[in-house]
Structures are given as C-alpha cells and as structure tokens.
Design a protein around this ligand. Sequence first.
Ligand SMILES: Nc1ncnc2c1ncn2[C@@H]1O[C@H](COP(=O)(O)OP(=O)(O)O)[C@@H](O)[C@H]1O
Ligand SMILES: [Mg+2]
Length: 287
Amino acid sequence: MKQQNKGKNTNTKNGDGIIVLKNVIKKFSAKIVLENISLAIEKGKTTVVIGPSGCGKTVLIKHLILLLRPTSGEVYFKGQRIDNLNEGQLNQIRTHYGFLFQGGALFDSLSVTENITFPIRQHCEIPDWNQVGELVKSKLAMVGLDGFQNYYPANLSGGQRKRVALARAIALNPEVILYDEPTTGLDPIRSDVINELILKLQRELNVTSVVVTHDMTSAYKVADRIIMLHKGKIIADGDADFIRNHPHPIVQHFIKGQVSDDDLAVLRMSGTMSQAQFLPRDFEQDL
Ligand SMILES: Nc1ncnc2c1ncn2[C@@H]1O[C@H](COP(=O)(O)OP(=O)(O)O)[C@@H](O)[C@H]1O
Ligand SMILES: [Mg+2]
C-alpha cells in the first residue's frame, strides 16, 4: 500500500546500519514473539521502538546486544555477524554498548562511584585509578549529578537513580546506548529530564540510541525515527510526523492511547470490570 500521509518513511530495511537484524525470528517454545524482523539501526540517530505491553519490545532490544539469541535470522554489529559468537566474544562486542534496562537496578551496597566504575572493573585489565576519579566526575557531570560520588542508591530519588544508571551506561564511552522504558515510573518532569539527557548524550557523544517506550511524549521528543511493533511485526516505521499521520488504525489507537475496537469488544463481552480484577503486580512496573 502506498503511503500518502505526511512525514518521512525512514524504513531502511536493507540499508546499512550500525546494527542490522536480518529476518530475525524469536520463538519461546511454540510462541512466536518476533516474526521475521529485518531492521537497520542508523548510526548517530535515535530510533524509538513503540508498541503495547507484551508486544516484544524488550525481546527486540535484547537481540540488538545478543542478550537473547534469535531462533533464526542474523544480527550484525558494524558489518560483523554477532549472533553466532560465543559469550566471551560477545562480551567484547558489548563494551561498545551502554544499556539502561527495565529494572536495571544499581547495586544497593555499592556507592555511586563504585556503581559507575563497575563496568570499568569488569572490562579493563588494570585501570589507572587516578584517571578513574576524573572519569566518574565527568560522567556524573554529564547527567547533572557531580557531587553525588559517595551517595548510596537508597539516598537517591527514582529519577536520580536512573541518571546514575545512565552515567554507568556511558562509563566505557559506548557507541550505542540502548534504553528500555527509561521514563517508566517517573513523573512528567523527571521523565523530561531523562528525555533531555537522551538528546544531550546523542548530541555531545554522537552516540546511536535505541529507546523502547510506550510514552509517546518521550517518543516524539527524542526520536529521529519511530518503529511500531505489533504482533511480532513492524507495522509502522518513520519519523514523528509519519507516525502521527499514519493511516493504520492500530497505530492511531496506540499513539492516542485509545482502546482498539477489538479490545472494546472483549471488554463488552466480559461485562463491567471490577477493581478486584486488577492484581497489585499489574502496576508493579510503575512503582
Ligand atoms: N524468557 C522468556 N521466556 C518466555 N517468554 C518470554 C520471555 N521473554 C519474553 N517472553 C514473552 O514474549 C512476549 C514479549 O515480551 P516483551 O518483549 O517483554 O514485551 P514488551 O513489549 O512489553 O517489552 C511476552 O508475551 C512475554 O511473555
Ligand atoms: Mg518491555
């Protein structure tokens, strides 16, 4: 179908990319979560992945860094095939990535400095500890938290903890930063601080960013390109205007936060929903 809407379709399926997925299928037992995804992540750009809960966003982003291996298909980093590497080789590749994952908690028993230097201690043989203090200072300054070196996570707010985790993610000067739901659980102001940081890191460090979110305010703010996943497939791929004006009803329902006709039919069939049908764990992610 020819797209008539405004905005740019940035689909680069077969183009070059710093990370490329080719025909990636991911199954868990018989359940297909990713159905033949081909995607090139463009260097230096911010690609945002949107879609409803459970549609496979986290599974997709984990394939970019091989925290999950595809059932079939291929993954490339800078032209090198990486899905067939062993864990040792992958750890080397992963030093080029920083990631801020859902629940990617700080170590509670470690200070801010110790948390940030954790990847350095893991990956560098003999770090020069004189330089490490300077490095921690510069990474904390980048996220607006210089001076918090000796704090412990328990003494930080949710937003500050995310920013320390981000300082840790950039400790090894990554070329790619992966963010999984970075604003979930934060109020709008703290969310916007994270959005500004994503933009700042891309600008100042010239990194490639991939952001998974269901927060459209955040998506529109940070994205050069937005990809929508639905039932294991990419159903929309373009810049913010392209997505805003996308004719697909599922895209429109999602971006406007509306319940789809299919979901409404299910709700009507099951009658009025009582509060008791929600379990505390339904909200756990947002705490
Ligand atoms: N390790 C796993 N084993 C089995 N199923 C999984 C696993 N990880 C994810 N899934 C399933 O894959 C689907 C997509 O999950 P996920 O990528 O976490 O969704 P989301 O879009 O909310 O991030 C869900 O149905 C989830 O239950
Ligand atoms: Mg997820």
